[in-house]
Design a protein around this ligand. Structure first.
Ligand code: PLP
Length: 408
């Protein structure tokens, strides 16, 4: 017997990331030689959870009220300004002048994505996702009453597949009269791919083309890993700058994650940032999305907002140095992975930076089971396995490559 509603009964998790992660943690606690390459969090070279010192300091300096009192639904003015400065950096004044910005504090990047799907797609319509993607997008879409289709992220040369992207946005425009598309860049989850400036020009031109007749288009820019771009802050901001060039009917919604940028995973704090071209679209963004925020989670963590505000203002320079260190941890692991993969003839998808690498294989579930028997926990995804570099040490990277190469 089920007491669920008929809608409730359709809710089955597709991915099993959380279960595999929990199993891996248990196994690691019993035997430290187990490699847990499932966790999307940053660990240091001693195998310890990485905590930013500036985050700790900021948290300790907050009063009870600053930590625990109710905040406003959309977030405090100080939080909004701190995030704007961090995200737009040297281009903030330009953005304020040329576009209409708004921001809503959300429980993580997830809250921002889910608010966006819920308010910019009609019931049953499809969001466009890359074929290699963070699998939770599909669940967020279902929860928002939508479905999805995918474009091919890579062409045969391993470069961004602009023609597949164009084909799908045009088809969706015809089919549903609107286009909502997610791009997770830079350091895409699960591949670690980062789009080039010219890839972005292609995307911006294509979205402008599709919206020339005023078709509503929403670019959901999932910037969860932006601060781990090995090309540095400027390169990703130069790409973002292209969002100023959108037509009036293209809305960019940037989804910021406090989990990844500041290591505040469990605190659940992020932001949904509107970059609109018109006052009307900005106003309706605030109206509908604050309504959803109030109706779904009421308000986002005051503690999270105040930690972020303090770190990005009072401790700005020190935090930038810590981020640099965190980035370097990933770069060293990635360089070693690439070198070892070459030595072991292990093919992986194009990787530039970030938390994960993806290795295509047949029957990923069976491969994952086999790896587990050899003490390596990874995540099977569609047509591939995902190895998390952020949670394993350099010596574990080397061992992981050897185990995988022998197994597949
Ligand atoms: N986007 C991507 C690509 C992710 O990998 C994640 C988390 O793993 C998120 C968004 C959301 O993270 P959070 O809701 O913790 O900010």
């Amino acid at each position: 017997m089920s007491v669920l509603s008929s809608l409730g009964r359709t809710k089955h998790s597709e991915g099993n990331a959380l279960e595999i992660g929990a199993e891996a943690r248990k196994a690691k606690a019993l035997d430290n030689s187990v490699i847990d390459a499932t966790i999307g969090m940053l660990y240091d070279e001693d195998g310890k959870f990485y905590t930013f010192k500036t985050v700790e300091k900021a948290s300790q300096n907050l009063s009870g009220k600053e930590k625990y009192s109710y905040g406003s639904t959309g977030g405090s003015k100080e939080f909004k300004e701190a995030i704007y400065s961090h995200v737009f950096r040297q281009y903030l004044d330009e953005f304020k002048e040329n576009t209409k910005l708004a921001l809503i504090a959300t429980p993580g990047g997830t809250g921002a994505i889910s608010n966006t799907f819920a308010n910019y797609l009609e019931y049953g319509q499809k969001v466009l996702l890359p074929d290699y993607m963070w699998t939770n997008y599909t669940q967020i879409a279902k929860e928002a009453g939508c479905s999805y289709e995918t474009f091919e992220l890579f062409d045969e040369l391993g470069q961004f597949n602009l023609s597949s992207f164009k084909e799908h946005i045009n088809a969706l425009k015809k089919e549903q009269g609107r286009v909502v598309v997610v791009l997770n860049d830079p350091c895409e989850n699960p591949t670690g791919y980062s789009m080039s400036f010219s890839d972005w020009i292609g995307v911006v031109d294509s979205l402008n083309d599709v919206s020339r007749d005023s078709t509503p288009v929403v670019l959901v820019y999932d910037m969860a890993y932006i601060d781990y771009d090995k090309r540095g802050f400027d390169s990703s901001r130069n790409n973002i700058r292209l969002f100023e060039k959108f037509n009036d009917s293209v809305l960019t919604i940037m989804c910021f994650s406090g989990s990844k940028t500041l290591g505040l995973y469990g605190l659940r704090i992020g932001a949904q940032i509107c970059v609109a071209q018109t006052e009307e679209i900005r106003n309706e963004f605030i109206e509908a999305n604050e309504f959803s925020a109030r109706g779904l989670w009421s308000g986002s963590s005051t503690l999270g907002q105040n930690i972020i505000t303090s770190v990005l203002t009072t401790y700005k320079d020190e935090f930038a140095e810590e981020l640099e260190f965190a980035r370097k941890l990933l770069i060293d692991r990635a360089n070693l992975f690439i070198e070892e993969a070459k030595k072991n003839n292990l093919y992986h998808l194009p990787y530039n930076c970030g938390f994960f690498v993806t290795i295509p294989c047949n029957n990923p579930q069976a491969v994952a089971e086999e790896l587990k028997k050899k003490g390596l926990y990874i995540l099977p995804i569609k047509g591939a396995i995902r190895l998390t570099l952020s949670s394993i040490t350099l010596s574990e990277v080397k061992r992981a490559v050897e185990i995988i190469a022998k197994t597949i």
